[in-house]
Design a protein around this ligand. Structure first.
Ligand code: ADP
Ligand code: GLC
Length: 489
């Protein structure tokens, strides 16, 4: 099977969140299952050409591509995804991608991803490579299914190409004013109230993706159901219910080439579920890094996350006073909205021995936090999949999560499990979206930390669980087949 995998971020080149982890991992497992995969990403300014061995593609040369009535010059660079033969194709257009951030609030944000989407299709044309499936991810690639069915349908190359659109977060929809229709050369007759690209009198790229893709999926089963409800569908729940027969949930995996405490290149002491003694050394190392004291009896709680309301920082703020009274220390890594950054900054200023904070993005530190802390909290309001709870389990770090989306599908509450006589709980979870419920779960975790045998059992339950991409990649193969059947290929 030939797959064109299209993503606007990808580890190790450019990352803002979990989509980059997915794009850097899933194609490798698809390849292991026998697929031929080409991976398309924009060539952002911040991508280091030399470090990642990018080579200019002279065969393709210059591609003139029109966006918003102007012709832009586009080139292609290539490389191989580490630990694989997956060809990575970088779409280069300095006018749009040589900016200081991956995503911007610039007025031409729509144009940037129109260019990328067309760039992917025109590169396929120049290569004369027909994918069986174009696998699009999130709103930035939402126009591609529409383009191959409409604007580029004249090209026989795509006669048999099916499309899959994966929703990683329904709240980021790529919504723009009507002028985007012209910029993207979307035909006017596709734009009408309630139509496939219209949203509140503007254009939604995500809606286009959901409307035109042959199949649609999201990144956990629970989230696939949640987004069909008004509470979590962000206005697209009606459309998703309408497409429910073509909508699947496939849980993300973890790339254990990168996230494995036995081999992780970013942590000083390696360990496995067979012997956890080195985990404590990482904890000491991490605390020293933040100039905080070490006490074996005091659990260390970690957060690594975008600091946005999605992630539950409003209820964290509600519970702040109580949480700080628990006998625990905290390490917090993240960046995002000012109010949350300031909340955490002032916390560490007031309680420097109890709370260590790093505001910003730091990949190496994120690995060290996973290895060094005892408890990891994710009180998300909604969470399509969430990767850090999966990484945490591998690192013997016990997750405390709100039961939503992928968090509900991966974390089994220890107490509830015991109650039913099972012993395979791997974390702590709560239902109510409230500061009180969060506090009570963290309190349970902190109290359980004191019972060494029980704690080790919970840690090991998590560490032994296998969330590698292999299983998810097999499910993607199934959905690709369904998409191809729909396309009549
Ligand atoms: P989302 O994609 O919604 O941000 P995920 O849990 O799927 O959430 O993935 C987040 C990814 O981004 C994880 O790999 C996490 O380690 C990483 N990450 C988030 N914030 C930071 C940060 N400040 N520094 C380093 N890595 C971060
Ligand atoms: C999104 C979601 C996150 C998910 C990630 C990768 O950013 O917020 O829950 O894990 O995409 O699919």
């Amino acid at each position: 099977m030939k797959i064109a995998f299209v993503s606007t971020e990808c580890v190790p080149y450019a990352k803002t969140g979990g989509l980059a982890d997915v794009a850097g991992a899933l194609p490798k497992d698809l390849e292991n299952l026998g697929c031929e995969v080409k991976l398309f990403v924009p060539k952002y300014f911040l991508i280091d050409e030399h470090k990642h061995g990018l080579a200019f593609n002279w065969d393709i040369g210059e591609m003139p591509i029109s966006v918003n009535g102007k012709i832009r010059s586009v080139h292609v660079h290539q490389s191989k995804l580490p630990n694989s033969n997956v060809e990575v194709i970088f779409i280069d257009c300095p006018h749009y991608f040589h900016r200081h951030r991956i995503y911007t609030n610039d007025l031409d944000e729509d144009e940037r991803f129109i260019l990328f989407s067309k760039g992917v299709i025109e590169t396929l044309q120049r290569m004369q490579w027909t994918p069986d499936v174009i696998h699009c991810n999130d709103w930035q690639t939402g126009l591609i299914p529409l383009y191959i069915k409409d604007n580029y349908s004249w090209d026989d190359l795509f006669n048999k190409t099916a499309s899959l659109f994966t929703i990683h977060n329904i709240y980021y929809q790529g919504r723009f004013s009507k002028s985007s229709l012209f910029a993207a050369e979307i035909k006017g007759d596709l734009f009408y109230p309630g139509g496939p690209v219209e949203f509140e009198d503007g254009v939604s790229f995500m809606k286009a993706g959901i409307s035109f893709a042959d199949m649609v999926n999201t990144v956990s089963n629970t989230y696939a159901h949640e987004i069909q409800t008004p509470d979590h569908g962000a206005g697209l729940d009606g459309l998703l219910r309408w497409r429910k027969d073509d909508l699947y949930g496939i849980l993300n995996g973890a790339d254990y080439d990168v996230w494995n405490p036995e081999t992780d290149i970013h942590i000083p002491y390696h360990y496995s579920h067979k012997d956890l003694t080195n985990k404590i050394k990482n904890k000491k190392f991490l605390l020293k890094h933040f100039n905080m004291p070490f006490d074996e009896k005091v659990p260390l709680i970690g957060i690594v996350s975008r600091m946005v309301t999605q992630k539950g920082y409003d209820i964290f703020a509600d519970a702040l006073v109580d949480l700080m009274q628990l006998n625990a220390q905290w390490i917090i890594l993240g960046s995002g909205e000012d109010k949350y950054e300031n909340m955490f900054r002032s916390l560490s200023n007031r309680l420097p021995k109890k709370v260590g904070v790093y505001i910003g993005y730091n990949n190496e530190l994120s690995h060290l936090v996973e290895a060094g802390v005892d408890i990891f909290i994710m009180p998300s309001n909604y969470e399509p999949c969430g990767l850090n709870q999966i990484y945490s389990m591998k690192y013997g770090t016990v997750p405390v999560v709100r039961k939503t989306g992928g968090l509900a599908d991966t974390v089994k509450d220890w107490d509830e499990q015991n109650h039913y006589g099972f012993k395979d709980g791997n974390g702590f979870s709560f239902n109510d979206y409230s500061g009180y419920a969060l506090y009570k779960s963290v309190e349970r975790a902190v109290n359980t930390f004191g019972e060494k045998d029980v704690w080790e059992k919970i840690q090991k339950n998590g560490m032994k669980k296998n969330y590698s991409w292999k299983h998810s990649a097999e499910q993607y193969m199934e959905i690709y087949k369904l998409a191809m059947e729909k396309k009549g290929a």
